[in-house]
Ligand binder design. Sequence first.
Ligand SMILES: C[S@@+](CC[C@H](N)C(=O)[O-])C[C@H]1O[C@@H](n2cnc3c(N)ncnc32)[C@H](O)[C@@H]1O
Length: 301
Amino acid sequence: MTVLAERSRSAYADLAALYDLWVADSRYRAWLVGLVGLAREHGLAGARVLDVGCGTGLSTVPLLELGLDVTACDPAPEMLAQAELKIGQRATLVDAGLPRLPVLGEFDLVLAANDVINHVLDAERLCDAVASMAANLATHGLLLLDASTLATYRGLFAISHCREARDAVFVWRGMAPRDFAPGALAEGVLDAFSCEPGGSWRRISSRFVQRHHPHAELMEAFDRADLEVLAVLGQHGDGRRDPRARAHQARLRRPPTVTHHSDHSERRKPRWSRSGRSGPASSRSSSSRRAAEPTAGGASR
Ligand SMILES: C[S@@+](CC[C@H](N)C(=O)[O-])C[C@H]1O[C@@H](n2cnc3c(N)ncnc32)[C@H](O)[C@@H]1O
């Protein structure tokens, strides 16, 4: 029997080239400036930032414009390729994702913006994901998560809509029920129709599955990773804070003590670096890469 082990294509793989058009209405700069401001209010002092689930780099660019020293990672090579087009040499780009994020450095701020944590699809892996992000924190580092609330899954994921942007038409079909239950999985399908040179239309169909993480499960994950809760805040998509806003919640954490793991043996060179390679990491090497990744247990402090 021949077994071909290959990473399954993410919903973002085919969509990557059109992703920026799909989210064109989003106000990234204001939002990211707001998130960094929030982190500074809670003691962020250093400039080393890890942008987890950076996608096409829309969340990364404002961080660079703020003068921060950014490493950005994403498990979809196609999204990273788009990020590289925008960012060039200005940030270190790494092919890696949750729930077992490798230790990529010691960061003053680990940020997972725009529902990235909701791509982790069960409570156990949520704990692994939080622990592996915690393992990337420097002493006094802050973890800032942006997690979607029930409002997202009873709203965006429960409706259908159509939008036109330049030479593309996007048709979103949310499959979740209006009474979507806490902790459930939500599904949506995005059909992107893009006008090709010559006038023909191409259709890309992407299926998205996200999990709503109940508050208690997030708290449990932070507790298990030995992280102290500094704030849980409501926030609008453009960074405006509002306790009544339910679309996004910013959750800010940092380790409670100055103790810090000092095992540098697991620190790894970025697999996606300007100097090291010019394209996506080969999916065939993914199994050996995963074997070297730290376990959640190794992340506890
Ligand atoms: C909604 S996009 C956000 C991208 C970017 N942060 C932004 O704000 O535009 C979600 C990103 O999460 C990435 N992603 C999906 N599963 C992930 C995982 N398990 N770990 C880390 N990132 C993941 C996707 O590849 C995608 O780029």
